[in-house]
Ligand binder design. Structure first.
Ligand code: AMP
Length: 218
């Protein structure tokens, strides 16, 4: 099964993709995570994208298309994947359909998670994660049960993304509305789109998407 989670930054794509990938035993592919890893490792790609990401703009299509094209060839992608944060432009969507076709693969569905901009800024600027296992938390909505100790792994170090600040979030939202929203029409025309209310309870959203996925896998 191959699907895309579409939505603005802070819509919960990463959280939902992590849960659903685990439940359906398929790969979670986040271009944001891959780019952050490249920046952290100081690779040539990382050096090229660091400033662009810090400004909250989109990195060039060719970079992310190359990353995804290589990654879906890996053996662990054979049973399917959830794309989180890719595609983000119509050019990326078109490149994705060409590369899947070349590999004899199909895209099963696109889930669009909708959240109002007002809610997104608060969601994003409050989030942080465990430096050891990546478990996600939020200053207002979800702190660890024991202060300063990760619920999942017991880690005591927490990190915030460099681009999760108010100024950068505004640029990221501009990029979303200008460059990514057209994908909603793009995939509606292809009859692949399912809309999900991202303001709903987080567990209910998981169940709703899982229901769509179960329908596909039959
Ligand atoms: P994310 O973790 O998905 O919020 O992505 C963080 C940042 O990585 C974005 O603000 C972009 O700078 C960059 N990025 C991630 N995915 C893409 C993509 N598909 N196209 C262009 N830039 C991307």
């Amino acid at each position: 099964m191959r699907l895309i989670l579409l939505g603005p930054p802070g819509a919960g794509k990463g959280t939902q993709a992590t849960r659903l990938a685990k439940r359906f035993n398929i790969l979670h592919l986040s271009t944001g995570d891959m780019l952050r890893a490249a920046v952290a490792a100081g690779t040539p790609v990382g050096l090229r994208v660091k400033d662009v990401m810090e400004r909250g703009e989109l990195v060039s299509d060719d970079i992310v298309i190359d990353i995804i094209s290589d990654r879906v060839d890996e053996p662990d992608a054979a049973d399917g994947f959830i794309l989180d944060g890719f595609p983000r432009t119509v050019a990326q969507a078109e490149a994705l359909s060409v590369l899947l076709e070349e590999k004899g693969l199909t895209l099963d569905c696109v889930i669009a998670i909708a959240v109002k901009d007002e809610a997104l800024i608060e969601r994003i600027t409050g989030r942080y994660s465990c430096a050891k296992c990546g478990a996600g938390y939020h200053d207002v909505y979800h702190n660890p049960k024991v202060e300063g100790v990760c619920d999942t792994c017991g880690g005591t170090e927490f990190i915030r993304r460099a681009d999760d600040n108010v100024e950068t979030v505004k640029s990221r939202l501009l990029a979303y509305h200008g460059q990514t929203v057209p994908l909603i029409d793009h995939y509606t025309l292809k009859k692949l789109l399912t809309n999900v209310d991202g303001m709903a309870n987080i567990d209910d959203i998981t169940e709703e998407i899982a229901g769509v996925m179960a329908g596909i896998s039959g």
